[in-house]
Write a protein that binds this ligand. Structure first.
Ligand SMILES: C[S@@+](CC[C@H](N)C(=O)[O-])C[C@H]1O[C@@H](n2cnc3c(N)ncnc32)[C@H](O)[C@@H]1O
Length: 361
């Protein structure tokens, strides 16, 4: 990976905060040294050599790195994208994702073997006796979530709707050897669409109001313009059954990917255009809790300046930051990554059906 020399210097110097000894690993269950390891178990402690392993969990960047990030953000704001590019990138976002999938193979995003561990609900719906389960993956891309889910499926009544607004992404999924039409359907669908003559009822093809058990949102909300979140949440709310669940994972604020953005990429606070024209937003944990706990079909999203108190239509069952220090052992480079992970539930329905085996942070 190429890296700006200043970023390099800072990440090399940023020392991870040492965790208190009570989080020390147990030698009888020495996960950080096991293979395969469990995510979330590789604690960096006093006396550990940070370059002994490739990655450490729960490592907060230190103050020096945070200060560096703030100076980067200030520079980014001073040199935003041009008006011309802003219109191009926001005007037809599917076009840029089409180009992305034309230029990259289906292997661009790696298969997620960690999915069932992070989201136990996905293990539940694939059990032999789980009964009819409808899963909708939004912004499914090349199928890197849908395919591993199906590879482990024991439930002959499972149906996965993998939707993306890029027709090339849908083509990649449909042409995959792993595409099994008895359990999966890949369709073009814009999650931020509104009912119209062209969009019909704006729900995914083949799905009706309140027909979905689980909605998967993995790195899709970050691809939307913040002014599209409300429309996307409305469609998700409409398609979910009462009691239906939402599994969310996305970029976290201060992630190295955000700090590294240079000139002419800033489109708004925490919102950028990548070099290939695709857009990316970086979320804060409290912001996501507010969004998902307070959204209502009538009032939409809460106003940042005037937060409402919990009258929303979703419960936030879990919201956490997944922080990792990724280490390049050869070049002695440290990189701080941050992702947000959430589990939400639409009000109503059979609450007992919700998996309670949530991973704790
Ligand atoms: C960062 S990629 C993530 C792909 C996939 N979820 C994954 O994690 O591998 C974002 C995906 O969202 C899709 N996308 C962006 N905006 C969308 C929208 N409004 N409706 C549906 N899909 C959208 C893009 O085409 C792209 O495939």
């Amino acid at each position: 990976m190429t890296m700006d020399p200043t970023v390099r210097e800072v990440v090399e110097n940023a020392q991870p905060r040492h965790l208190p000894p009570h989080r020390s690993h147990d030698p009888s269950n020495n996960l950080k040294r096991s293979d395969p390891f469990m995510f979330g178990s590789r604690y960096l402690e006093e006396g550990d050599n940070v370059f002994e392993f490739n990655a450490w969990d729960h490592v907060e960047p230190d103050d020096e790195f945070k200060a560096y990030a703030e100076t980067q953000f200030a520079k980014q704001r001073e040199t935003p994208v041009s008006e011309f590019d802003m219109k191009r990138f926001n005007g037809d976002p599917a076009k840029w994702w089409d180009l992305f999938y034309k230029n990259n193979t289906a292997n661009f995003f790696k298969d997620r073997k960690w999915l069932r561990q992070e989201f136990p609900v996905l293990a539940d719906v694939t059990q032999t006796d789980a009964g009819r389960q409808v899963v909708l993956e939004v912004g499914a891309g090349a199928g890197n979530t849908a395919f591993p889910l199906l590879a482990n499926n024991q439930n002959d009544q499972l149906m996965v709707h993998a939707c993306d607004f890029s027709k090339y992404a849908v083509k990649v999924m449909r042409e995959s050897e792993q595409y099994d039409p008895t359990h999966m359907v890949a369709d073009v669908w814009d999650v931020a669409g509104e009912p119209s003559e062209e969009n019909g009822d704006s729900l995914p093809p083949g799905l009706t109001e309140e027909s979905v058990d689980v909605v998967i949102l993995i790195f899709i909300f970050s691809a939307l313009n913040p002014d599209q979140w409300n429309k996307a949440m409305r469609n998700i709310y409409r398609v979910l059954k009462p009691g239906g669940q939402i599994l969310f994972r996305d970029y976290g604020r201060g992630d190295l990917a955000q700090v590294r953005f240079k000139k002419n990429r800033y489109m708004g606070e925490n919102f950028y255009a990548r070099g290939d024209g695709t857009r990316v937003y970086f979320f804060d944990q409290d912001q996501l809790v507010n969004m998902w706990s307070q959204w209502t079909p009538e009032k939409g999203l809460p106003d940042d300046d005037e937060p409402r108190t919990g009258d929303g239509v979703f419960d936030v069952l879990h919201m956490g930051a997944d922080r990792r220090l990724i280490v390049n052992r050869q070049s002695k480079l440290k990189m701080y990554r941050c992702w947000m992970q959430g589990h939400f539930r639409k009000h109503g329905g059979d609450v007992a059906a919700v998996s309670t085996t949530e991973k704790s942070e």
